[in-house]
Write a protein that binds this ligand. Structure first.
Ligand code: ADP
Ligand code: ADP
Ligand code: ZN
Length: 217
């Protein structure tokens, strides 16, 4: 099964990804995580991506399409199927993905569209903390770790992303509405879109996604 997690920044894509890949045996592919790793390691791609990410803008399509194309060609993804998180983010990226998949004789089985209003996204993102080691997301109010500043799963140190500030989050929400939201219509036309109410609790959202995906397999 090949699945896309769609939704604005802060909708809960990263939070839900862990349980979904476990339950359905998929490979989690997060372009945001891959880009942050490239920035941290100061690779050529990381150096190119950094300024866009800091500003809350999208990294150019050719860069991200390249990473995703390489990743989905690897054998683990071919065997298990993928959960794409944070990609595609533009109609151009979606069209390129369709081309790559059809050349591999594959297709998208479901697009899970997690719906949350902007006001709530702002407080989710400004309170978000991420594990430095395993990238698991937490929230100071809504999902605090058991011990302050420490990841429950791996003991890693929690940090605040440089782009989770009020100003940058506002930019990212604008970018979402202008460039990413059109994908809702794109995938609705393909008959694969499922809307999920992302304002429920983490557990309830997971159950809704699980049921939607079980109906597809
Ligand atoms: P995304 O990957 O879509 O940007 P995250 O999964 O990182 O979103 O979640 C954004 C923030 O909101 C995190 O701090 C996370 O702990 C919190 N969060 C996620 N899902 C919920 C939920 N259902 N209710 C409340 N807070 C949530
Ligand atoms: P969010 O938690 O907002 O969903 P991500 O971790 O997915 O954020 O992405 C963080 C940043 O990485 C984005 O603001 C953007 O600069 C860059 N990025 C991630 N995925 C893509 C993509 N598919 N296309 C362009 N830029 C991307
Ligand atoms: Zn961790």
């Amino acid at each position: 099964m090949n699945v896309i997690l769609l939704g604005p920044p802060g909708a809960g894509k990263g939070t839900q990804a862990e349980g979904i890949v476990k339950e359905f045996g998929l490979v989690h592919i997060s372009t945001g995580d891959m880009l942050r790793a490239a920035v941290k390691n100061q690779t050529e791609m990381g150096l190119k991506a950094q300024e866009y990410m800091t500003a809350g803008a999208l990294v150019p399509d050719e860069v991200v399409i390249g990473i995703v194309r390489d990743r989905i060609a690897e054998p683990d993804v071919a065997d298990k199927g993928f959960l794409l998180d944070g990609f595609p983010r533009t109609v151009n990226q979606a069209e390129e993905l369709d081309k790559v998949l059809s050349s591999m004789d594959k297709s998208i089985d479901a697009v899970i569209n997690i719906v949350v209003a902007d006001e709530e996204l702002l407080s989710r993102l400004t309170g978000r903390r991420i594990c430095k080691s395993c990238q698991k997301p937490y929230h100071v109010m809504f999902k605090p770790p058991k011990a302050d500043g420490v990841c429950d799963d791996c003991g890693g140190e929690l940090y605040q992303r440089a782009d989770d500030t009020v100003e940058t989050v506002k930019n990212r929400l604008d970018v979402y509405h202008n460039q990413t939201a059109p994908l809702i219509g794109y995938y609705k036309n393909q008959g694969v879109l499922v809307d999920i109410d992302g304002t429920k609790t983490v557990g309830e959202v997971f159950t809704d996604i699980e049921n939607a995906l079980k109906a597809k397999v």
